[in-house]
Design a binder for this molecule. Structure first.
Ligand code: XIL
Length: 339
């Protein structure tokens, strides 16, 4: 009897130590929301204990960090950075240049090419300098290509020729030590988009413009094609740049069926994709492993629920009550076997 109690005790201790972050040598991150960090204890605990990296889900984007032409608002970004510093996590910056979440004053801005360049350069350099030494890497440019591989029309594409290269150069000048990423989604299933990204990397390299990493957002779903995912990872690794799975979530109800039930079958299909991603990531050369970042912490916090209004979606590793889902320990078992 005593032995059983002892064994149970030991296994509880072992389980308590069995954290996913300890089964991997690369960073495990999530994007976070500062309000949840301060108001929700379970959320804060997971951020503190389970992760080794953090990204601001929204608060470093143009709209929030640069609300008026002559005003930057670093308050919420600073809060996340302070939490990361206090709990020993690497902070990733997201994102300097994007077509979305742009403040109205930028949309209304009038000026010639030089004026637009000054605006963007000032934005990038003020933000990067503010976080110099505190933010390890930046998504410098986000989502510049559309599915057919052409440059996405945007404020930046419309007003600043070669804005991608210029943005990387400006970011590098502001913090020469930061790891600079091009970040995008949907490379799987859109080979022309992937090719445009590879062409961009080759072009920047040939012009000695500093680019150090590729962010694969990995907003995928149970129907995503496994071979296409493996292909885009392999192609990204072949560039020699760092690779970041930067916004991972695996949707189980992509068509937003209101009758959807998150049953064992759905959970198993999702688990299989999580395993494929971690296993493949584990095989990347260590110096190219920037890390895997989930897009928020629990299912309840996912943008798929809020932004896309898909209430029956369960895309992350922690459930609505902040409990670990079965995929969590499955991943640890898999990774321990691979180690
Ligand atoms: C999303 C956030 O999660 C939402 O809260 C926000 O309303 C919209 O943006 N690609 C990106 C992220 O690069 O910045 C987006 O984040 C999700 C898609």
């Amino acid at each position: 009897m005593k032995l059983i109690v002892l064994l149970l005790g030991l296994s509880t201790i072992a389980n308590a130590q069995n954290l996913l972050k300890d089964a991997i040598a690369f960073r495990l991150g999530a994007s976070v929301n500062p309000r949840l960090l301060s108001e929700n204890e379970a959320y804060n605990d997971i951020a503190k204990n389970e992760l080794t990296g953090l990204t601001a889900e929204n608060h470093m984007k143009m709209m929030l960090i640069h609300p008026a032409a002559d005003r930057f608002d670093f308050v919420k970004g600073d809060e996340i950075v302070a939490f990361a510093a206090a709990t020993g996590k690497r902070m990733h910056g997201h994102t300097l240049v994007w077509h979305n979440q742009v403040p109205q004053w930028m949309k209304d801005f009038q000026g010639d090419q030089k004026a637009w360049e000054d605006l963007l350069k000032n934005h990038i350099q003020t933000v990067v300098e503010h976080y110099k030494g505190k933010v390890a890497g930046w998504d410098v440019v986000n989502e510049s290509f559309i599915d057919d591989g052409s440059l996405r029309p945007s404020l930046w594409a419309d007003h600043i020729p070669d804005y991608i290269a210029k943005s990387f150069q400006w970011a590098h000048e502001a913090d020469p030590k930061a790891t600079l990423f091009y970040n995008d989604y949907g490379q799987d299933g859109h080979p022309k988009k992937m090719q445009a990204i590879l062409n961009l990397v080759a072009d920047l390299k040939s012009r000695q413009i500093p680019i150090h990493g590729l962010g694969l957002q990995m907003h995928i779903n149970v129907d995503s094609k496994r071979t296409e995912i493996e292909n885009v990872i392999a192609q990204s690794v072949q560039t020699g740049l760092a690779v970041h799975f930067s916004e991972l979530d695996v949707a189980v109800n992509p068509k937003n069926n209101p009758e959807f039930v998150y049953d064992e079958k759905a959970s198993a299909a999702q688990m299989e994709l999580f395993k494929l991603l971690f296993k493949t990531y584990q095989s990347i050369p260590a110096k190219q492993q920037y890390g895997i970042t989930f897009w928020n912490i629990s299912d309840k916090d996912s943008w798929l629920r809020g932004y896309f209004k898909r209430p029956k979606e369960f895309p992350l590793l922690f459930d609505d009550n902040y409990n670990k889902k079965p995929a969590y320990s499955e991943l640890i078992n898999l990774l321990n076997k691979l180690n």
